[in-house]
Design a protein around this ligand. Structure first.
Ligand SMILES: [Zn+2]
Length: 162
């Protein structure tokens, strides 16, 4: 467990997915995040988009990691106290060496490229793959900026024709 979380119980994916609200059961424009279910004394918001993404697939879209349980957790502030009194569920995979790996959701088409914050545009991705992808994206952006700068310099030097 990441030490910036306070953890209570853990649950199987089925125990979470069976309580996800079905949008068809509610009026149009109803905020599904209002739907709460009691899990061992904590009223849990069940409409979080992450849970629907994980229901589509528990497996990372980039590697072999598969989320196997949800942990009821809350963030801790710098003083080590719960930053927010409400808990949420985090999905975890466990590596062969026993290391827990947080599962996250990732845009298929990036927001910066016009990708929507919709369920269709999300896939499950483990945190290491997600941060690797982020660093690659930053690397690519940096390379592109450098390339443009080089091209600009060449242009100024009159070495590029046409
Ligand atoms: Zn992964």
């Amino acid at each position: 467990m990441a030490n910036n979380f306070l953890r209570k119980e853990t649950y199987t994916p089925e125990e979470i997915f069976k309580n996800l609200p079905n949008p068809a059961d509610y009026p149009k424009n109803f905020n599904l995040k209002k739907v709460k279910v009691d899990y061992d004394g904590d009223l849990m918001k069940m409409g979080s988009q992450r849970y629907y993404v994980f229901r589509k697939s528990l497996k990372c879209s980039h590697c072999e990691r598969v989320g196997i349980y949800f942990a009821k957790e809350t963030h801790l502030n710098k003083q080590g106290e719960p930053a927010n009194p409400s808990f949420h569920f985090n999905l975890y995979a466990v590596d062969p060496d026993g290391t827990e790996v947080l599962m996250t959701k990732d845009h298929v088409l990036a927001r910066s490229k016009g990708g929507a914050n919709s369920l269709k545009n999300y896939v499950t991705m483990c945190e290491p793959c997600n941060s690797y992808k982020r660093s690659m994206d930053e690397e690519k952006a940096k390379e592109l900026a450098e390339e443009r700068q080089r091209a600009g310099i060449l242009l100024k030097l009159g070495k590029v024709h046409g």
